[in-house]
Write a protein of this length. Structure first.
Length: 368
């Protein structure tokens, strides 16, 4: 059994209608509980919960402080290639966009590493477009072995791989895999992913199962907010999280909440989510699962990320570049999407401390 078997038990339109049918009484019932179930989560992301955002935020902050303390985990993405064989209509890397394509050599990567180490980062997220013929498991294994001695934690956000390939990368020193379904609406998925390996909805959906089977220490999931109704996609993300925690219970989990950002191309969000709704969603995830990491990237504004520390966000990037080679030699024409929070590492660390929190540069020491 995989999450796909669980997903097909649920009808998208029926779950969406259920969310919008939630009442004030449902919201108050959820807020009164010590642990929320999926029906409570629906209430907390529903329009009926919008007047109760303050109460949600207070409870979310209490739960976050109890589990994570006043700390924000810091990481930095390193884009190693922007070659991509997919045609995702919302992405700057898609194969039809006329941009310069780059795949970093090990020497190029080590130049990037020198900059990132100097900035203080000890958690590295390797990111690539999905082009298996150019950036396959052999390349990732070589990169991980090269960078692992320099970082406490090496994570990966690339194309879905087979179970045995993830096992190889775990052995090489990788500890964490991020893979986002983009949307859990199987019927609508093909219109956003018409070509490439990413067009295989089920194979992508089952990637976290393969990661769990391969012994990956931590798995990140999420939907790209704006492709479909954000509330419904968020419900299916929560359902996915619940399934994974019960099935691969030795693994830790993280939720990301990426919003669509400007990029090369003209795609516009189907269902935009505003800042107040985004705050509501972060609170709802925290009330649903007090243990899960909640990650916010530099897609979000500085003001929003400063606020989000107080309502459930636990992991953040800083000084990010979405260009391959963009730290040592910036080339904005290579970027995947526009950065929103452009603060330097020093500015971000100071902002975190100004909010009463402490930046933490690595997640754990077990491999050091």
């Amino acid at each position: 059994m995989t999450y796909y078997d669980e997903l097909i038990k649920h009808n998208w339109d029926e779950e969406e209608a259920s969310i919008f049918a939630k009442t004030e009484a449902d919201v108050l019932r959820a807020l009164g509980k010590d642990r929320c179930n999926l029906e409570d989560f629906k209430a907390l992301i529903s329009p009926a919960a919008e007047p109760y955002l303050r109460q949600m935020a207070i409870k979310a902050e209490e739960l976050t402080l109890r589990r994570f303390g006043r700390t924000i985990q810091m990481y930095v993405p390193l884009y190693v290639s922007n070659y991509c064989a997919n045609y995702c209509i919302y992405c700057g890397f898609n194969c039809h966009n006329q941009i310069n394509r780059v795949k970093l050599s090990i020497d190029d990567i080590m130049k990037e590493i020198a900059v990132l180490k100097d900035w203080g980062f000890r958690h590295l997220l390797l990111v690539s477009g999905e082009a298996p013929k150019l950036t396959g498991v052999d390349y990732y294994e070589e990169v991980i072995k090269a960078v692992r001695p320099h970082f406490a934690q090496v994570s990966l956000e690339v194309q879905p791989l087979h179970t045995e390939e993830y096992a190889r990368l775990v052995a090489a020193g990788m500890s964490y895999v991020c893979v986002y379904q983009e949307t859990y609406n199987e019927a609508a998925y093909p219109q956003f992913h018409p070509k490439g390996l990413k067009a295989n909805f089920r194979y992508r959906l089952e990637t976290p199962d393969r990661c769990g089977e391969a012994g990956v220490h931590k798995i990140g999931i999420g939907a790209l907010l704006g492709l479909q109704n954000w509330r419904t996609d968020s419900f299916f993300t929560a359902l996915h999280l619940q399934y994974l925690e019960r099935t691969h219970w030795r693994t830790r989990y993280s939720i990301s909440l990426p919003r669509l950002r400007p990029h090369v191309g003209s795609f516009m969000p189907t269902d935009p989510i505003n800042d107040r709704q985004m705050a509501q969603l972060i609170c709802a995830y925290r009330l649903f699962d007090p243990e899960v990491d909640i990650s916010l990237s530099t897609r979000e504004s500085s003001a929003f990320r400063d606020m989000a520390m107080h309502i459930g966000a636990t992991t953040m990037s800083a000084a990010s570049s979405t260009e391959p080679g963009g730290y040592a030699t910036p080339h904005t024409e290579l970027e995947q999407f526009a950065i929103n929070d452009g603060r330097s590492v020093e500015e971000m660390a100071a902002a975190i401390r100004a909010q009463g929190y402490e930046p933490v540069w690595k997640d754990w020491d077990e491999w050091m």
